[in-house]
Design a protein around this ligand. Structure first.
Ligand code: Q9C
Ligand code: ZN
Length: 655
């Protein structure tokens, strides 16, 4: 299943015909710059290219009034003066004789993309369009937007494909008030938007962009606004917003389709947004959304006015849709105080409507010294953008090193079944301290694991799975950790499930973070040695991943991740798949999963596919976390928040 790229050159036709400093940033070059860069990177060539069609007037009528559609149709024959006069009746709109054609293509591109994904022709895709859509309303153009492309696609997915739950994620830096108005009483569409707000002092200056606008009637809780009250929000702020606000609600909602209002004016360098998130951040946002809805993600371009930043961010999004691992995020991962205040007030506003937020909101924020105040406006985007964004891609994305190659294992054609093994003497030398590695089978498995790990550390292989006899799991993991640390890994994250103890002679030098999910009680023996019980139910498992595992991992910024399913791990296949899929966001996707030899071929198969970039299966409507699970999580967060700042979702009360 591939990735669609929907485009039509005609959408470069609409342009500004008179002087207007407000509209001049929405230029044809936005599309050509993005497309050229996709070509340069060889990404366009990997996509299924679809030529955009025009939406019909009936399709536009799914969200717009017939009178408004007629009004826009009639702009085709107007002269410059008349166009300018009509444009003046709307906020931040400049019509062109080609506007109607372009706007119908933009809406049609979204419909084609949704049809391609929902018929199974592709897994996901991006529509590169202009004019954008998310500000446009039932009977009004607004903010460069003429027809509401994403809203039309959502209404079409409901009407023509019978969908019941659609998540719309609006990561454009402006509030998509058009989408909010169109669906504010509709519980089948969960609309999430973050936006530059500055306490209402930023365009479009609406009271209803604030966090306390949560929808109405049946739609209460299905509008989620996250207003940014300062500029300069960066990677840590965006990822924190996903982990602590959007994703808990999204999993609880359990969408059948994810639509993204993919504006890149929220990226560094953009003159409108003044934010600091780097292009790689959009790879992470995309990857985090791909774990929902069986990976059915349709992104449609909205804003994005810094051509360089836009082009890079579009590449990051498409590359991730294609299944490539996200490049590591640059910069320290510490959300700023203003971001935490916004996230907290949005969580508080949503808590009455979402079980996944309820138990957690009762806890008062800890008294701690204040975190960083916000960074201020982007100063030197070029230096950050100059960094090479694409690490050389390993020739093998995923390799499987099983002891006896399993013929019942169903793998995608590009996943390699590894034959090679490390040299016998070398394997024995590494095995020596461990009695449990003396047996022939254990040594053979270790040899294959070492060979795979070396391939990963040398950059030939990105991710992998290795099997080990159950009796040798702890010893094999110990060797893997020591070998990783001595052969190039600077920081190694080990997520161990089941009965696996932290290797006793592993150095406490901050180069490894050990997280064990099992056992009776939560404990943080040090900031690098954490243990938590395995949650009983899906809801608890989700809050453990979103509220503990990923914040720790994103704070630590490892360059190698080991996930070990040890004896008695008790993890369901779909839970293991979700964990692996989400840990793939770390370390550039350099993730090695260790399984017990007698794990089912289904488990090995699903982990291999997920590490290779396939979407994990949906979890379905999730149960809520048990009070014990919530208590364990709250306890660990309280212990670890001062050190691992991505755990925070409350601003600090500075004494
Ligand atoms: N300097 C989109 O990004 N002008 N529309 C705001 C504040 C209107 C943005 C002026 C911005 C519209 C799709
Ligand atoms: Zn925008």
């Amino acid at each position: 299943m591939g990735t669609a790229l929907v485009y039509h050159e005609d959408m470069t036709a609409t342009r500004l015909l008179w002087d207007d400093p407000e509209c001049e940033i929405e230029r044809p070059e936005r599309l050509t710059a993005a497309l050229d860069r996709l070509r340069q990177r060889g990404l366009e060539q990997r996509c299924l290219l679809l030529s955009a069609r025009e939406a019909s007037e009936e399709e536009l009528g799914l969200v717009h009034s017939p009178e408004y559609v007629s009004l826009v149709r009639e702009t085709q024959v107007l002269g410059k003066e008349e166009l300018q006069a009509l444009s003046g009746q709307f906020d931040a709109i400049c019509f062109h004789p080609s506007t109607f054609h372009c706007a119908r293509l933009a809406a049609g591109a979204g419909l084609q993309l949704v049809d391609a994904v929902l018929t199974g022709a592709v897994q996901n895709g991006l529509a590169l369009v202009r004019p954008p859509g998310h500000h446009s309303q039932r009977a009004a153009a607004n903010g460069f937007c003429v027809f509401n492309n994403v809203a039309i696609a959502a209404a079409h997915a409901k009407q023509k494909h019978g969908l019941h739950r659609i998540l719309v994620v609006d990561w454009d830096v402006h509030h998509g008030q058009g989408i909010q108005y169109l669906f504010e009483d509709d519980p089948s569409i969960l609309y999430f938007s973050w936006h530059r707000y500055e306490h209402g002092r930023f365009w479009p200056f609406l009271r209803e962009s604030d966090a306390d606008a949560v929808g109405r009637g049946q739609g209460l809780g299905f509008t989620v606004n996250l207003p940014w009250n300062q500029v300069g929000m960066g990677n840590a702020d965006y990822v924190a917003a996903f982990l602590h606000l959007l994703l808990p609600l999204a999993f609880e909602f359990d969408p059948e389709l994810v639509l993204v209002s993919a504006g890149f004016d929220s990226a560094i360098g953009d003159p409108e947004g003044q934010m600091q998130a780097t292009p790689e951040c959009f790879a992470h946002l995309t990857q985090l959304l791909q774990v929902l809805a069986g990976g059915r993600v349709c992104a449609m371009l909205e804003g994005g006015y810094h051509l360089e930043s836009l082009a890079e961010s579009v590449c990051m999004t498409v590359q991730t849709l294609l299944g490539d691992p996200a490049p590591p995020l640059s910069g320290s991962m510490v959300p700023c105080q203003s971001a935490l205040e916004s996230i907290q007030s949005a969580r508080a506003a949503q808590a009455p409507h979402w079980k996944s937020l309820q138990l957690q909101e009762e806890r008062p924020p800890p008294l701690l010294p204040g975190g960083p105040v916000c960074k201020g406006a982007a100063s030197a985007p070029s230096s950050l953008l100059d960094q090479p964004c694409l690490c050389p891609a390993p020739s093998v994305r995923t390799a499987v090193a099983l002891t006896a190659p399993d013929i019942t294992l169903v793998l995608p054609p590009d996943v390699i079944q590894q034959e090679g093994s490390a040299l016998r003497e070398e394997t024995e030398a590494w095995a020596r301290p461990h009695e449990s590695l003396a047996r022939e089978e254990a040594l053979a498995a270790l040899g294959k694991l070492l060979y795979l790990l070396d391939g990963m550390l040398d950059g030939q292989v990105n991710s992998g799975i290795a099997a080990t006899p159950a009796s040798a799991a702890a010893a094999t993991l110990d060797v893997a950790i020591r070998r990783g640390l001595s052969h190039g890994a600077q920081r190694l994250l080990c997520v161990a499930l089941g009965q696996l103890d932290r290797p006793p002679d592993l150095a406490h030098d901050g180069r490894s973070l050990w997280l064990n999910i099992r056992g009776k009680e939560a404990a943080a023996l040090s900031m690098f040695h954490v243990s938590t019980p395995l949650p009983a139910m899906t809801g608890g498992f989700l809050s453990c991943i979103l509220g503990l595992v990923l914040p720790l991992a994103y704070s630590f910024q490892p360059d190698l991740v080991l996930v070990a399913l040890g004896p008695g791990h008790g993890l369901q296949g779909r839970h293991a798949a979700l964990l692996a899929a989400m840990l793939r966001g770390l370390a550039g996707g350099r993730v090695l999963a260790l399984l017990e030899e007698d794990s089912t071929p289904q488990l090995a198969g699903i982990l291999a596919r997920v590490l290779n970039g396939e979407a994990p299966p949906s979890l379905g409507a999730s149960s809520v976390a048990s009070p014990e699970d919530v208590r364990a999580l709250m306890y660990l967060r309280g212990q670890l928040e001062p050190q691992w700042k991505m755990l925070q979702c409350h601003p600090h009360l500075v004494a």
